[in-house]
Design a binder for this molecule. Structure first.
Ligand SMILES: [Zn+2]
Length: 489
């Protein structure tokens, strides 16, 4: 019997706000434990939470970007459970009237587009953290009251690869709209998964297993693969599938059993009496909708149609909105799309990677890169010179490429008499190469190109040099061009 896998994800993202969801404590990470706390987030009796409006606005923005219907009436509820990192013994969350419902996103797995339903997105407060030591554990409540948006998918994912692609897409969209940095190491994007298997053709869902608290793409895919193997094995051996909750350790890449459940948890939800329900007008929603930028998939398609980029290049350039904007500004400034794409992908991204910095911290501005590409496309400089100028631009903040060219006399030599002279010298002292090329070994032309470049201190115009060599030895210059193209591809 063949089985299909059914997966749904609950993704928690930390919202980027200055303060926490219900108090004025700073919403930022701190290594000093229990420093960003006050009576409200410590859950002391008699205090009253007040909703941070930024949390509401950012949640609406998130819901809209996930194609959800935003509620005109929403409220908070208490979700009751006991855990040492939860001083109130309940979490303020949303139950039956979430801020956003009925949305979808489209994932791309191996070129196939799949529509994944988003059941709901709701606001809630984060709990604190237990930090385990050798002899004792410490409760750190800095994270308590951090605003979260929990995004719940429909069970539309059919493989661990789908789940990974979905989680990556959620991260990309949330970063595009700027409501979360989704930094996985700091835990600002976390995910719980549920997974079941069923015979192909069956429409009823199988008994689901859960995997808790994963914070890496690789981890999600890996853990789901391991639990799927467990489910398939149990089915093969004729065992009844139990409702198990699993943990996953990224360090040794293993799953471990946390508990086996008989029934779903009953959290005894009831409406939060300390917070008023919220009415949201359509005008309010429309105002927020206007602040949503072009989203990744639309941008990627536009880069392909407007700039003639390959889908591969367009996909790389649209991973992060800042990179996409940098490319587009460069391209608009120099008018060369393909060249701009190549420079950003091959040189700029490499530099960012090596220096471990973001594009906002990068010393070469879009205008400067455009100027460099302009010099190259006007044949003022050759490709090698452009690369060495770029290296200087990276090191020296704000230095103009045109100025470097002028100051250091780096302009390309296309003066035919100078090139002819350098070729004469090369011919005079390299009899073997001359006889080779005359006997039809045109690859030897490369040797002469090298000699001439050397004489011109690397500043020769390769196209002119090639033409002059071809004329001198009487062969078709396209032989050289073709060779060069093959090498590039
Ligand atoms: Zn507080």
């Amino acid at each position: 019997m063949e089985f299909e896998t059914v997966i749904g994800l609950e993704v928690h993202i930390q919202l980027l706000t200055k303060t926490k969801i219900f108090c004025a404590c700073k919403n930022s990470f701190s290594h000093d434990k229990n420093t960003h706390v006050c009576p409200i987030c410590l859950g002391q009796p008699g205090v009253l939470p007040v909703l941070n409006k930024e949390v509401l606005n950012k949640s609406i923005k998130g819901g809209l970007a996930l194609n959800c219907k935003i509620a005109n009436f929403t409220k908070f509820d208490r979700k009751h459970y006991y855990y040492p990192d939860l001083p109130k013994n309940y979490q303020i969350s949303q139950f039956d009237l979430p801020i956003a419902e009925n949305g979808f996103v489209e994932i791309n797995v191996d070129g196939k587009i799949k529509k994944i339903g988003v059941t709901r997105a709701h606001m809630e407060e984060d709990a604190g953290k237990l930090v385990h030591g050798v002899k004792s554990s410490v409760v750190d409540l800095n994270r308590t009251g951090t605003p979260l948006l929990e995004i719940v998918s429909e069970p539309d994912l059919r493989s661990p690869e789908d789940a990974r692609a979905y989680m990556m897409l959620i991260r990309q969209i949330m970063r595009y709209i700027g409501i979360s940095d989704c930094e996985m190491q700091e835990g600002s994007l976390r995910c719980d998964a549920n997974i079941s298997i069923r015979p192909i053709g069956e429409t009823k869902l199988g008994v689901k297993n859960e995997i808790k608290n994963m914070n890496s793409f690789k981890g999600v895919e890996n853990a789901l693969n391991l639990v799927r193997e467990e489910l398939l094995l149990a089915t093969k051996e004729g065992q009844e599938i139990k409702q198990v909750t699993w943990g996953y350790s990224l360090d040794d890449q293993k799953i471990f059993k946390m508990r086996t459940k008989e029934n779903d948890n009953d959290y005894r939800y009831f409406p939060e009496p300390d917070l008023r329900p919220i009415r949201i007008s359509d005008e309010w929603i429309d105002e927020i909708a206007k602040t949503i930028p072009e989203l990744p998939s639309a941008k990627c398609e536009r880069f392909i149609s407007e700039y003639g980029l390959s889908s591969y290049d367009a996909n790389i350039l649209t991973q992060e909105i800042e990179i996409a904007n940098y490319f587009e500004a460069t391209c608009k400034s120099c008018g060369k799309a393909k060249e701009s794409a190549n420079w950003v992908i091959n040189e700029v991204l490499r530099e960012l990677n090596e220096q471990k910095i973001t594009i906002n911290e990068f010393s070469v501005t879009e205008e400067m890169l455009a100027e460099l590409i302009g010099l190259l496309s006007k044949n003022t400089i050759n490709n090698n010179t452009a690369k060495s100028i770029f290296a200087r631009m990276v090191k020296e903040n704000g230095v103009s490429p045109a100025k470097i060219v002028e100051e250091e006399g780096l302009s390309q030599v296309s003066d035919t008499s100078v090139i002819e002279k350098a070729l004469d010298d090369a011919i005079a002292s390299n009899a073997k190469a001359v006889s080779d090329i005359e006997s039809g070994k045109y690859a030897t032309a490369g040797f002469f190109v090298g000699k001439i470049m050397q004489a011109l201190k690397g500043k020769g115009d390769p196209a002119v040099i090639g033409k002059i060599i071809a004329e001198r030895f009487n062969f078709d210059p396209s032989l050289l061009v073709k060779k060069k193209k093959d090498k590039n591809n």
